[in-house]
Design a binder for this molecule. Structure first.
Ligand code: DX5
Length: 233
């Protein structure tokens, strides 16, 4: 009889896109005090997505203020040109978009050579199977559950099939790749994504857009926590 799959830890990852960029370190430290193990910094270049946010200099400043795991989501063209700068600035995870990579495997290997975790993201219209050959080298596979570029959008439930397919693929190959979702994660959708197999759930407006981000984070994390072994789910 094949041993049961290890129980998956599930984590809510607050996205700083909905935090105050005038007080970014304050907001990141607030959510760290709430128990968040990582925070996602959304990097947008105005070309890959129709929005512009931050670059390595912001990661560098944040790194001086906090030791939190900086999950850096690169929604940019030509990610290969920028991974060294983000790694030097202090990113702990660099997630590039499959659609922006001429050779995704080269990008993954270059990120890992820099001692940084490597992730690969797919937009809603990109099929899950483009990630299959990459999973064994990936630390994170990110299924976008909104069109990348803006926070506060509605969750796309039709993306859950991609999550299920990747969950099955990762489990069958007994890989350690985290399965992340990003976009429209809130009290109504977090459970759906977790049930589909996500182990990392990025939430921006549901956390930093809430009146009390600490409470909002803790409530969301409780929603996706696995019951203690022996407890009924
Ligand atoms: C989209 C961004 C957002 C953000 C989360 O490009 O990546 O998904 O992180 O935003 P919410 O949680 O507000 O949808």
């Amino acid at each position: 009889m094949t041993p049961a799959m290890p129980r998956l830890k599930r984590r809510i990852v607050p996205s700083a896109l909905s935090a105050s960029f005038a007080y970014l370190a304050r907001d990141v430290k607030l959510i760290e005090s709430a128990g968040a193990q990582s925070v996602q910094i959304d990097v947008m270049d105005g070309h890959f997505v129709p929005n512009i946010t931050v670059g390595p200099v912001v990661i560098q400043s944040l790194r001086k203020e906090t030791a939190i795991f900086l999950d850096t989501h690169l929604m940019i063209e030509n990610p290969l040109d920028f991974i060294a700068a983000f790694a030097k600035a202090g990113s702990n995870l660099l997630t590039a978009h499959w659609e922006a990579c001429s050779d995704p495997l080269v990008v993954i290997r270059e990120i890992k050579k820099l001692g940084v975790k490597a992730g690969m993201a797919i937009r809603p219209k990109t099929p899950a199977d483009v990630l299959f050959p990459l999973l064994k080298e990936l630390d994170y596979a990110l299924v976008m559950t909104v069109e990348p570029g803006f926070g506060g959008q509605a969750f796309m439930p039709e993306m859950l099939d991609k999550v299920r397919i990747l969950r099955q693929r990762i489990d069958e190959a007994r890989l350690s790749c985290e399965l992340q979702v990003d976009g429209g994660i809130n009290r109504q959708t977090a459970g759906l994504a977790a049930q589909a197999g996500a182990t990392s759930l990025v939430a921006g407006s549901a956390v930093f857009g809430a009146p009390d981000p600490v409470l909002a984070f803790r409530d969301l994390q409780k929603l996706v926590d696995l019951p203690a072994v022996g407890q009924v789910q």
